[in-house]
Design a protein around this ligand. Structure first.
Ligand SMILES: [Zn+2]
Length: 135
């Protein structure tokens, strides 16, 4: 049925745990959440320097946890598999944190300091709206 021994299985199981085994990487995954985020957004969300964030993003990409999408001058990062969030939520529960507490910080905020399209929605010029003047 299964020719993998417990040590063999355990070695495989440890891989994703090892990659996110730091509070910084967990923070980045929470800040990205189920959506996507650019580095400037993560900078605003976490308050860390861009070079520091990029270093972790690179490791998470290398580990095949994040995928990248380019749009104009922005590079967006997204989780390849949302199961990492479940893993983080399970770990949070083991730490005595409620799912609600953690869910409330998962990429829901917008930041005034961030200029990405998520935080600053495109401004639609008034003239193109065809709003009828009120009588
Ligand atoms: Zn943003």
């Amino acid at each position: 049925m299964n020719d993998l021994s417990i040590p063999d299985l355990s070695e495989k199981i440890a891989i994703p745990l090892a990659v996110i085994n730091s509070s910084q990487r967990i923070a980045i995954l929470l800040a990205i959440g189920k959506g996507e985020a650019c580095v400037c957004h993560l900078e605003a969300a976490l308050g860390w320097r861009q070079a520091y964030i990029s270093q972790h993003l690179m490791a998470l990409r290398k580990a095949d946890i994040l995928q990248v999408r380019r749009e104009g001058r922005y590079v967006y990062y997204r989780l390849k598999n949302a199961s990492y969030l479940d893993l983080i939520l399970d770990s949070a529960a083991l730490s005595g944190l409620s799912t609600e507490t953690v869910s409330s910080v998962i990429n829901t905020q917008t930041y005034p300091a961030c200029g990405c399209p998520h935080c600053v929605p495109a401004v639609i010029p008034l003239g193109t709206l065809h709003v009828k003047p009120s009588p």
